[in-house]
Ligand binder design. Structure first.
Ligand code: MG
Length: 313
């Protein structure tokens, strides 16, 4: 019964979680929150992670009722993500692995989301919509890879919403996306054009609805096309934007019309976390994919389909 510690820190969240054979024993996380109007830069994010990570590891072990000696493998996010924060987490993972004499497992962040979603949603071979601050991908498993069927050509959908929040000085606490969603709910009208000036007044709620609804409609369209192509009976929604209630509603309608099942989750597991890295690490460890210290460097660019999925056929 392998027990795996997973460490995540590719963006503004840092987490440590423990998985044992499909059970989440712990999942501890801290979020670096910037003041309204500001995004997050690699330097301050990595300082935040450096301050928090050891405490999170300790808390994750305590929550699981385990000691270091009980851990069979240390999984960490190799990429994609922001360089400096990834480097902080990788250094801690290398140190713990050597301290405990356990194998290291370098995990692709996107694959972490997918494996956690498969575990929780009980989905065997779903089509995957991965939407977050850094990624927007439509993914299906084929010939030992998670193949990317569609993706954003420029910024990720979450980044687009974050920027709207930044522009309008909307609070980043608990997250810009959450606050955009709450404001969009209160919006009364869906506007044709995102430019609303009335005399000396301006209206923003309609603009938010416009941005969000339009972005989500685009995602639903490409996801439905991929599901038709792959004849998928189930759709797995992962990534931070996957918490969005409106996006879930829109996908639910599309899935129902196709007779398909939507597997969505909540912010404990949609938002970046350590347990998802532990879960992907558990699968990798089981199939013999371990990482030598000399190969344990991080990489800001690391596509989902670069990973050979040796734990599925
Ligand atoms: Mg993510």
């Amino acid at each position: 019964m392998p027990t795996v510690l997973g460490l995540e820190g590719s963006a503004n969240k840092v987490g440590a979680g423990v998985i044992r054979d499909g059970r989440v024993l712990s999942n501890q996380r801290a979020t670096f929150v910037t003041p309204p109007g500001q995004g997050f830069a690699p330097g301050p994010v990595s300082r935040h992670h450096r301050q928090k990570l050891l405490g999170l590891v300790e808390a994750a072990l305590n929550e699981a009722g385990l000691r270091g000696a009980d851990i069979d493998g240390v999984a960490f996010t190799k990429g994609p993500g922001m360089g400096a924060p990834l480097a902080v987490v990788a250094a801690v993972a290398r140190t713990l692995a050597q301290l405990w004499g356990r194998p290291l497992v370098a995990v692709n962040h996107c694959v972490g989301h997918i494996e956690m979603g498969r575990l929780l949603g009980g989905a065997r071979d779903p089509l995957v919509l991965y939407v977050s601050g850094g990624n927007t991908q439509v993914i299906a498993f084929s010939r030992r890879r998670y193949r990317i069927f569609g993706e954003t050509l420029d910024v990720a959908v979450g980044n687009c919403l974050d920027r709207v929040a930044r522009l309008l000085k909307i609070s980043n606490d608990p997250s810009p996306g959450y606050n955009v969603e709450q404001m969009a709910k209160r919006g009364k009208r869906l506007l044709e054009l995102p430019y609303v000036v009335k005399g000396m007044d301006v209206s923003f709620s309609g603009l938010l609805s416009h941005v969000e609804e339009t972005a989500f409609a685009m995602l639903v369209e490409v996801t439905e096309r991929a599901m038709a192509l792959c004849r998928s009976p189930e759709l797995l929604l992962v990534g931070g934007v996957g918490c969005n209630g409106r996006l879930q509603e829109m996908l639910e309608v599309m899935c129902r019309a196709r007779g398909a099942r939507l597997c969505a989750s909540d912010d404990r597991f949609c938002v970046d976390n350590g347990a998802m890295i532990a879960q992907a690490g558990w699968e990798m460890l089981r199939s013999g994919q371990i990482t030598e210290i000399r190969d344990s460097g991080i990489t800001q660019r690391y596509r989902t389909d670069e990973v050979e999925v040796t734990w599925r056929d």
